[in-house]
Design a protein around this ligand. Structure first.
Ligand code: G3I
Ligand code: 9MR
Ligand code: ZN
Length: 587
């Protein structure tokens, strides 16, 4: 580390100037600081703390006035590239003046940092092939860590990140229309809480299965070191099945699916096995007790599972298809049963006033899997009213799944697809994707988020833009789509106003205090690894955010605080979107 930077560090930390003798004494007393060069990194330089692929664009941002930059080797500090910063651009979403440092010309693999004379140095990052593979591995293992109803242990790499089996006893809540015990063991804890919710399970599991369908060749040999590893099924499918099995258990004999299984209220910040509140199967509180959105989501992911697992476990595939058909039939009988928390229940609602988009998704997936006319007819009778959702990217989220339906129809290879529908879906997606590319290039931080996108789970919105672009790229390969999807990934991994990696234990400066009960129970210094934060939320729906200065620009309304569930909770839906982006990056 250059001496001047060390001085700056001491100066910054002490808040006053120190006599040089004190600094020299500091150097002697704290030689360890010298070894960990990046301790002195400035937050004014924003890099993807994981890295940049060898062949792609390589851009970082600087939010302090400066003229030039250098790329230096982390080991030995040799300058390998230098350039001029672009003139500053004002970014209304952050309030920052942002300058671009472009070192795309660097084509040598290695570990580097950026030095900006007069400003400081950045965190270290890697340039190389397949730079995101480890992040993919950690993000997928994030799901394993969320497993409910079984002992979890991240192994020797993360000693102590383990818990005994949790939530082994369940029962029907009166709102379900049934009585008595119903264990329904399994699934993933939804988020920082221990609830399991069908609607969010639907989009999260569906997104993982889609990642498999689109990127399976790249994913099939990646071991996640989970209990099922080596059983002949690719690990991403092993992990997804953990949740699918629970979703199947949430189906009633008549085909409908209950909405969620949670305690009546959120538990305290305790380890999973220490949460002894009864785990209740919760329904709508009145006949027919199950909800349409939950049931249609089950039909959709069951239908995907039926095609995806067929080569590996035909029996499971058949079971999933049968469940999906029965779920579909239930929604035809009960097309509009929406869910609101019944009296006495205060856990997450995932309430959605309109379940028609869920039905369109289910019809499209069932049609793609079976080729049967009834599903395709339903789709063709209803898809057009959802076409406009494609014009408002990222369009797709837990409450709005029409794009999944539209895209799966257009991606289907089954015979007899309606050419007009396919063309409309493709054209609209491509037109919008091109507009997103243009807009993102014009954004000072090269992120697709607009001011109105900084809502609860905005990091999932950023990832959602990436998914949108990667789907467009399947329709018609375009390097601009791929690069812009990656821009959104760079944002999540540190190239943002906070110079913060929003994935736990990934990069040199990851966020530290997720709203995540297993991380917040005091057992470990660092949070559980590989988990994506919800991100800035200008709607400020928690007390931490409400107390931030009133005039903060939207992208700054974030707090790395455990109590900030509206900006710093982890959740399986945005985790799955992160996995999709990372899968797209694998080589
Ligand atoms: O998208 C709208 C935007 O158009 C509108 O202008 C804005 C105005 O407030 O609201 C935006 O919607 C927000 C929506 O999240 C965005 O997805 C809602 O205000 C906000 O209330 C809603 O928050 C949901 C939150 O639960 C509260 O219900 C999140 O989507 C959802 O991810 C979150 O999920 C929770 C579960 O309930 C419980 N488990 C943890 C999980 C993650 O935090
Ligand atoms: O932990 C809960 C989190 O999963 C939810 O997203 C959030 C909003 O519904 O609520 C959290 O629980 C808090 C509750 O709403 C209010 N009391 C404090 C709880 C956090 O410990
Ligand atoms: Zn559990």
């Amino acid at each position: 580390m250059p001496g001047s930077l060390f001085l700056a560090l001491i100066h910054a930390r002490s808040g006053r100037k120190l006599p040089i003798a004190a600094v020299l004494a500091g150097l002697l007393i704290f030689p360890a600081v010298l070894a960990v060069g990046a301790e002195s990194a400035t937050l004014a330089i924003k890099v993807d703390q994981v890295g940049y692929p060898l062949d792609g664009p390589k851009v970082v941002f600087v939010s302090a006035p400066a003229e030039t930059f250098q790329v230096r080797r982390s080991s030995g500090n040799a300058v390998v590239f230098q350039g001029k910063l672009a003139p500053p651009q004002a970014d209304p979403n952050t309030g920052d003046q942002v300058q671009t440092a472009d070192f795309s010309g660097l084509r040598q693999a290695g570990t580097y940092y950026i030095e900006v004379p007069g400003v400081g140095r950045s965190w270290n990052f890697t340039v190389g092939k397949n730079v995101f593979q480890r992040t993919y591995y950690l993000a997928m293992r994030g799901f394993y860590g969320q497993r409910c109803g079984t002992a979890v242990d991240l192994g020797t790499e993360f000693p102590g990140y383990s818990h005994p089996a949790c939530h082994l006893h369940g029962e029907f809540h009166p709102s379900s229309g049934a009585k008595g015990p119903r264990d329904n063991i399994g699934g993933w804890h939804d988020a920082g809480d221990y609830g399991r919710y069908m609607v969010n399970s639907g989009i999260a599991t569906g997104t993982l299965l889609w990642a498999w369908e689109i990127y399976g060749e790249k994913l099939k040999n990646i071991s996640l070191e989970i209990p099922e590893t080596g059983n002949g099924t690719p690990d991403i499918l092993n992990e997804a099945r953990w949740n699918l099995e629970w979703m199947l258990k949430m189906q009633d004999g008549d085909g409908g699916a209950w909405h969620k299984q949670t305690s009546t209220h959120f538990s305290g910040f305790v380890a999973p096995e220490a949460d002894t509140l009864p785990s209740e199967v919760i329904g709508t509180g009145a006949a027919p007790w199950k909800s349409t959105c939950a049931t249609a989501d089950l039909a959709a992911v069951g239908a995907i599972a039926a095609r995806v697992y067929k080569p590996f476990d035909p029996n499971f595939a058949a079971r999933a298809l049968e469940a999906a058909r029965r779920a579909w039939a239930w929604t035809a009988q009960h097309p509009d049963v929406t869910f609101r928390n019944p009296p006495g229940i205060s856990t997450g609602e995932y309430g959605d006033a309109n379940c028609k988009d869920e039905r369109v998704w289910a019809a499209a997936e069932l049609g793609r899997t079976t080729g049967e006319a009834a599903y395709n007819d339903f789709f063709l009778n209803h898809y057009a009213e959802f076409l406009p959702t494609l014009d408002s990217p990222p369009a797709e989220n837990w409450s709005s799944v029409a794009p999944m339906g539209l895209w799966t129809y257009a991606l289907s290879t089954s015979k007899g697809a309606d050419a007009k529908a396919v063309a409309a879906i493709r054209d609209r997606t491509l037109t919008t994707a091109r507009a997103v590319v243009e807009r993102t290039r014009g954004n000072p931080y090269h992120v697709s988020l607009r001011a109105k996108d900084y809502v609860w789970g905005s990091n999932g919105v950023a990832a959602g833009y990436g998914i949108y672009l990667l789907i467009a790229n399947v329709f018609q390969p375009d390097q601009g789509f791929v690069d812009t999807a990656r821009d959104n990934l760079h944002y999540l991994l540190g190239r943002n106003t906070f110079s913060l990696s929003w994935v736990t234990q990934v990069g040199e400066n990851p966020f530290q205090h997720p709203h995540h009960r297993p991380s917040g129970d005091g057992k470990q210094d660092k949070p559980w690894p590989g988990l994506l934060s919800g991100g800035p939320n200008a709607d400020r729906q928690d007390a931490v955010l409400a107390a931030l200065p009133k005039d903060l620009p939207p992208a700054k309304v974030y707090a790395d605080r455990l109590a900030s569930y509206a900006s710093n909770e982890i959740a399986i839906n945005w985790q799955a979107s992160l996995v999709f982006l990372l899968a797209g990056e694998l080589q």
